[in-house]
Design a protein around this ligand. Structure first.
Ligand code: WTA
Length: 647
């Protein structure tokens, strides 16, 4: 691991809101006087009733709960839109770039955004939506997706965004789990010149979910789709009659804002619930700390709204801070590997925030696509989603940023609401591959497998000892699962599921998941989910899925599959299984390798030894690497697996 230090550039040192000293002092104060610090920070939001209480959370069994600013009342859409109107009504809030480079960008000022969101909110109301209802959003990256989120927030409905790449089956599961009554979708999505049949997928999903009463359809491509009478509503038709003003619902700070499903190490995806006051404050504060946004900056988070990064850093954080947020419909490498840099030039982007997997894919195409563009506007570069390898970090820093842009490597999770460990551009000297230091209010620890706290330079499991405002509040419909999943491994502490190393300077280096979650191109995937999909196939008896190193994706999906006794392995069946998983979950779950395995390594009590499967997938097949196999029910199984590795 690199130990090079990249000091804060002089321009940032001179102008940024925080320097090294003030960052350290703020962190210390946030832990020493949390109530005073957080009530002061809460003033960055507009409250209908300002809170007088800050943290009332407890991680202890019996008394468990997460609660912030509980007597405060506010509305998120007012904070993201209305309060900016007097000063920045004519500033562009959302700048949209189409998948098709020949199509003109669209721009919405804060005033126009206000009208669009109000109209959308009125359409939702006339479709029967009320405060507390769940509304599933299955949308392409068009401005209407952001309007939809903010419209839900305006009327107090709880949105649940499902990434447009998920299959009808996966969508149906997420709709049913939270009993959505309305789905917002588009006729089709566009990415990389291809269309995605979103409305057709919703139709299939609704054959499986009975709770939905209305489907609101945004016309994005104009492609032919079927509309069902009485259920489906064209958004443009309903919006034509809708008023462009809509009162905002006063919300308690702890009223739910959204559910976002994410993968865990066991069972079906969890509906992570975030609430109104704490989440918005955390998104806004961390957006400011990480990116030091100033009026006039064009800020681009190149994520999808289907993931938490899109929620916090395309929509809520930047809009709460009055920023101009760029939203891009397409892929970073289409029609050419230079597209992302062309967009940077076209819109004079100041801050670009993307994922290591994107950088690795573009790096492979050579520097020419980058150097053919100017990028003179770039001042800050961010990354998120997975550990960034030092090679990709250096390329981002040297080739893309020409050495002048700090790299803001933000470590966080769907559960944490926003960045937890990250540099601040004017304050933090950088080390390639390290997410550096904790945000205010974040008190991380490294513990060993027994929960013993490791001090100083150490490596182990990353936990957080106290609540912060952006921490999730519950798993939708299963509060006990929330407690059991995150607070029982190391009692009294939030378990992140990540491993980390802390160096002698107190910098954190995230080493990756320590549980059965794999990170494929920055997308979380539960191995159990892929296994469940595989065993649904009529020819499959058993499956075990592990991650393995992948040049571009970070981790790839390696599946060991045991067929039913009368089935023969074949390449056709292998392709069929790949297709099967894509249909069950979606393309992001596409297995990279399928190995037919007559038997899986199991203990005598029948537990699959994943450690061994991981080693074999990683290509570590020496007896030493595989360790003790004598406890296996049948040690010969391992030999067969090693002989038939497929990558
Ligand atoms: C990983 C995405 C290293 C980590 C915001 C975490 C990272 C999981 C980083 C959460 C980073 C995210 N360095 N690892 N900068 N950012 N991760 O919920 O394993 O989609 O637990 O949230 O991604 O993924 P999620």
């Amino acid at each position: 691991m690199s130990q090079d230090l990249f000091p804060v550039p002089p321009e940032w040192r001179a102008n940024a809101r925080r320097n090294a000293e003030s960052r350290a002092a703020e962190h210390a104060r946030s832990l020493a006087e949390p109530d005073a610090y957080w009530l002061e920070q809460a003033q960055r939001l507009d409250w209908i009733t300002p809170p007088t209480r800050a943290d009332e959370s407890s991680f202890a069994e019996g008394d468990f709960g997460v609660r912030w600013f509980s007597d405060g009342v506010l509305n998120v859409s007012v904070n993201c839109i209305d309060r900016h109107l007097a000063e920045r009504g004519d500033t562009v809030a959302i700048l949209w770039e189409s998948d098709n480079p020949a199509e003109a960008p669209r721009r919405y000022t804060y005033r126009q955004l206000h009208a669009e969101v109000c109209r959308f909110a009125n359409v939702l109301k006339s479709a029967g939506a009320k405060k507390g209802d769940r509304i599933t959003v299955y949308m392409p990256m068009v401005p209407e997706a952001a309007f939809a989120l903010l419209a839900c927030a305006r009327i107090g409905a709880i949105h649940s965004v499902v990434f447009g790449g998920f299959s009808p089956e996966a969508l149906a599961g997420r709709i049913t789990d939270c009993d959505s009554t309305i789905v917002i979708t588009a006729d089709e999505g566009r990415r990389g010149g291809k269309t995605i049949a979103l409305k057709a997928n919703v139709d299939k999903a609704l054959d499986l979910s009975a709770c939905v009463q209305k489907v609101i359809v945004v016309q994005a491509t104009g492609g032919a789709i079927a509309m069902r009478d009485g259920r489906d509503i064209w958004y443009h038709e309903a919006a034509a009659d809708a008023a462009s003003d809509c009162p905002a619902e006063p919300m308690q700070a702890e009223d739910p804002l959204f559910i976002l499903y994410t993968s865990g190490s066991t069972g079906k995806p969890k509906g992570v619930l975030h609430t109104t006051g704490g989440y918005l404050l955390w998104a806004a504060l961390t957006h400011e700390l990480c990116f030091d946004y100033r009026p006039g900056d064009i800020y681009w988070c190149a994520a999808d709204i289907g993931w938490v990064t899109g929620h916090s850093y395309i929509v809520y954080g930047p809009l709460a801070n009055g920023a101009t947020t760029l939203m891009y419909e397409g892929l970073p490498n289409w029609p050419t590997p230079g597209r992302i840099w062309q967009i940077v030039d076209r819109h004079a982007v100041h801050t670009l925030f993307t994922a290591p997997t994107v950088l690795r894919a573009l790096m492979k195409e050579g520097d020419g696509f980058v150097t053919a563009t100017s990028r003179a506007s770039l001042r800050l570069l961010g990354t998120v989603g997975e550990p960034i390898n030092p090679e990709a970090w250096r390329w981002y820093h040297t080739v893309v940023g020409e050495g002048r842009c700090p790299i803001i490597d933000t470590w966080w999770q769907t559960e944490t609401g926003g960045a937890m460990i990250a540099p601040m551009p004017g304050a933090t000297d950088l080390k390639p591959g390290s997410a550096t230091l904790p945000m205010p209010g974040v008190d991380p620890q490294i513990v060993d497998a027994d929960g013993k706290v490791l001090e100083g330079a150490a490596e182990g499991n990353l936990v957080v000892t106290r609540a912060w405002p952006g921490l999730m509040r519950t798993v939708w419909g299963d509060h006990d699962r929330f407690f059991q999943t995150y607070f029982t491994t190391y009692p009294g502490k939030y378990t992140t599921g990540d491993g980390a190393r802390r160096d002698a300077d107190g910098y954190y280096w995230i080493t990756g998941r320590v549980d059965d979650v794999i990170n494929v191109s920055g997308h979380r995937m539960g191995t159990a989910e892929v296994e469940s999909a595989l065993v649904l196939h009529p020819k499959v008896a058993e499956a075990a899925v592990v991650g393995f190193p992948h040049d571009i994706k970070g981790q790839g999906i390696y599946a060991y599959v045991t067929l039913n006794a009368d089935e023969d392995p074949s390449d056709t069946l292998r392709q069929d299984l790949v297709k099967w998983v894509r249909t069950e979950i979606g393309p992001i779950a596409t297995p990279d390798a399928i190995q037919f395995a007559p038997g899986l390594p199991k203990t005598r009590s029948g537990k699959i030894m994943r450690r061994i499967l991981r080693k074999i997938a990683e290509g570590e097949v020496s007896a030493q690497a595989l360790g003790d196999t004598s406890t296996l029910a049948d040690p010969a199984v391992v030999e067969n697996l090693v002989r038939n590795r497929v990558v």
